[in-house]
Each structure stands twice: as C-alpha cells, then as structure tokens.
Design a protein around this ligand. Structure first.
Ligand SMILES: [Zn+2]
Length: 47
C-alpha cells in the first residue's frame, strides 16, 4: 500500500501498490479505480 495525496480532499489516501489502479481515501470514504493501463502493458510489466 502506498500513501498518496487524495486528489479530492488532499488528505492521505491509500493507493493499491500491487496494481496502482485503486485509490481509497478514508477521509472522503471513497474507493475509486483509476483508468487501467492497456492489458498488453500489464503483461509486459509482469514479465
Ligand atoms: Zn479524500
């Protein structure tokens, strides 16, 4: 888990470190999926 600044409230938010595509902010009470990378790019990174 990586802590980043929430783009909505500027409080610390947790970014899923494994995929870097899910942002959860406790202050906002939200959990959002960021735009996923193209599947081909994910495969390249995993290899
Ligand atoms: Zn927030």
């Amino acid at each position: 888990m990586v802590t980043v600044e929430c783009p909505w409230c500027a409080e610390p938010a947790d970014l899923e470190a494994s995929s870097l595509d899910e942002l959860a902010c406790g202050a906002c009470g939200i959990s959002v999926e960021l735009a996923p990378d193209p599947i081909e790019e994910r495969i390249d990174r995993a290899a």
